[in-house]
Design a protein around this ligand. Sequence first.
Ligand code: FPP
Length: 237
Amino acid sequence: MVQPGKMPQHVGIIMDGNGRWAGMRGFPRVEGHRMGAERAREIISASSDLGLKCLTLYAFSMENWQRPENEISVLMKLLEIYLRKELEEFQRLNIRYRAIGEKWRLPESILALIKETEEATAENTGTTVVSALSYGGRNEILRAVRQAVTSGMKAEDIDEESFSGLLDTAGLPPVDLIIRTSGEIRISNFLLWQAAYAELYFTDIFWPDFTKEEFLRAISDYQMRERRFGTVSAKEF
Ligand code: FPP
């Protein structure tokens, strides 16, 4: 059971296992991605129902550019269809949309759609849904460092707070929980800076099978953990 008073503010999800899910069923990989997009829709709607402040979905990593060209173009097409379809739903659910990552590498048509969706939902006050696209945590940190240098920031003015403000996630709440599906137990360049104190949740379930019930299970698991942020337990005082 999810306890409303102990909700994480920001959940990040590494949606992994689409290809294996499809392979196990004798389907082409693209079918896994299509089903994965459906799941993303379900989890976004569940997040909105739960009143989650922020949900970040790792939809396309920097490393994913190395996939075969036809798989990249299928993923881009899916993303385009998804964004086109979703604007109405985002408005209905009062969702604010934002994309993070090295966006300039994305096709023009997707960039335009992202801009349109971000602008149209900018004033919404419900859940913020962030898609990490052409995203890599190291790349994000390096871009922030470059920005600090080119803007002439003084070394003594660079602290955790000011540096966080240079990252793609500027203004978003700290990441409390990172979920990864498909049995892989690693972070894979996702929200590296932001994950410093996040709780990690790994499940063997492939992303296309990660239903709302599984999402609630992950949140309940998070709620049972004691977060100490490097200090000692309150019970030990
Ligand atoms: C990982 O599965 C998933 C991806 C590389 C892409 C995630 C994309 C989606 C869920 C669909 C599009 C999303 C949106 C929000 C429209 P994998 O291909 O690495 O699976 P595998 O490890 O089993 O091969």
